[in-house]
Design a protein around this ligand. Sequence first.
Ligand code: NAP
Length: 469
Amino acid sequence: MNQSLTSFAYLVAAVLFILALRGLSHPTTSRQGNRFGMAGMVIAILATFLHGGMDWGWALVIVLGVAIGGSIGLVVAQKIKMTALPQLVAAFHSLVGLAAVFVATSALNAPQSFGIGTPHHIHTESLIEMSIGLAIGAVTFSGSLIAFAKLQALMKGTPITFRGQHQLNAGIGIAILLLVIAFVASGGSMVLFALIAVLAFALGFLLIIPIGGADMPVVVSMLNSYSGWAASGIGFTIGNLALIVTGALVGSSGAILSYIMCKGMNRSIINVIAGGFGNSGDGAAAAATSSEGKAVKHGSADDAAFIMKNASKVIVVPGYGMAVSQAQHALRELGDLLKEDGVEVKYAIHPVAGRMPGHMNVLLAEASVPYDDVFELEQINNEFATADVVYVIGANDVTNPAAKTNPQSPIFGMPILDVDKAKTVLFVKRGMSSGYAGVDNELFFRDNTMMLFGDAKKMTEEIVQALGR
Ligand code: NAP
C-alpha cells in the first residue's frame, strides 16, 4: 500500500472517529457511534498493517497480540460492572501511557526504523516530540495507576497531602521541562531520557495522591485527555497521521468532558490539573453533627404506592444508589404502571448523578425507558414545583440544598435538582448516610419528605407489587 493510499485510509478513519464521538453524544445515536468507531479502528489498523509491504513474521506477532489483547478486552467488557467503569478506564489509560513510553524508548534506540534519523543523529523535531510524548506518557501511566488503586479501594481514597506538595510538583514540572531542553540539545542523551522518565513517573504519582475519591472520576477524564496528547505526540515521532488525529481527538474530548464535569460539580479545572482539589473530609464531619436530634418521617412501599397512584405528575430522580442496586428495570416497570393509571412520569438527570458522565442515561436506556421521558437538569428544574411526587431513588448530593445555602459546604455552588419544590418527596435509600461528598442533606428532615428505607431495587419492586394489588 503506497503512502497516499495509507494517508487516505487514515483520513477516512479520522472522519469515522469524529462521527463516533458525535454519535456517542446522545443515547439514541450511541450504538451507531460505536459502530463508526469500530469501523474507523479496523481501517486504521489495516492501513498500518499494509503500509510499506507486509513482513509475515511481524504480521503473525501483531495478529497474536491483537487476538490476546482483544480476548482479554472482550472478557473484561462482559464482566465489568457499570459502577466499576471509572477504574477500568483508569487501568486502560495507564496502558496508553506505558505504550507511549515504550514507543519513545524504541524510537530513541532505533531511530532508523522510525525514519527519524540515525543512531548518531536524530532529527531535532523528533527529539522534541519523543521527549514530550515520554513525559506525558509516564505521568499518565503512574497517575492512572494511582487513580485505579484509589477507585478499586486497593488504597485509601482519602487525599494524601503534605506541606510543600504544590511547590514540589511545580519544581518537578520545571525540572522535566529543563531536562527536555537539555535532552534535545544533547542530541538524544540516554541518561537525560531516563531522568525525564523517572521524574515524570514521580510527578504522575504526586499529582494524583492528593485527590480524594470523590473527585477521582474527573481526574480519570483528565488522564484520558493526557493519554490522548501522549499518543498524539508519539504519532508525530513515528509519522503516523492516524495516531496524531486520534490522539488529538481523545485529548480534546477528554479535556471537554473534564470541563463539563467540573462545571456540573462547581469545581475549578485548574485545580484538577494542578492536582489538589480533593475533599478534606470536613463535610463528613459536618454531616455527623448537623443531623443530630432531628426526626425523619419514614414510610413503607404501600404508603409510597398510595401517594403515587393518587398523583397526576411524578418525577423520578435517579442517583448512584439506583446504579448500585441495579434498580433501573424495576423503575421502568413502576413508570409503566403509573402511566397506565394516567399519571405523567418524567425522569430528571443531574449532570453528575452517579459516578460517571451519562451514568444514569445509560442505565435508563438499558431498561428501555423512553428517551422522550428523560430530561436534563436545565430542562426540568422548573417543573418540580408542578410535580405531586418526586421519587428520589439512590440520589443524594444532587438534591442537596446546602449547595445553594451553605457557603461552607464542599458542594456549595453546584447546581442541584430542586426536588423540594414538589408536594411530596420520596427518598429511597438504605439509611441516613450521606452521599459521595460526605455532607448531610437537610431535605430528609423536611415536612414534605418521606424516607423509604431499603435497597433501591427491592423497595421499587415492592411498590410495583403494591400498585398491582
Ligand atoms: P450520592 O450523593 O453519592 O448518593 C447516593 C446515595 O445512594 C447514598 O446517600 C446512599 O445512601 C444511597 N445508596 C447507596 N446504595 C444504595 C442502594 N443499594 N439502595 C438504595 N440507596 C443506596 O449520589 P448522587 O446523588 O448520584 O450524586 C453523585 C455524587 O458523585 C455527587 O457528589 C457528584 O459530585 C459525585 N461525582 C459524580 C461524577 C459523575 O460523573 N457522575 C463524577 C465525580 C463525582 P445509603 O447509604 O443510606 O443507602
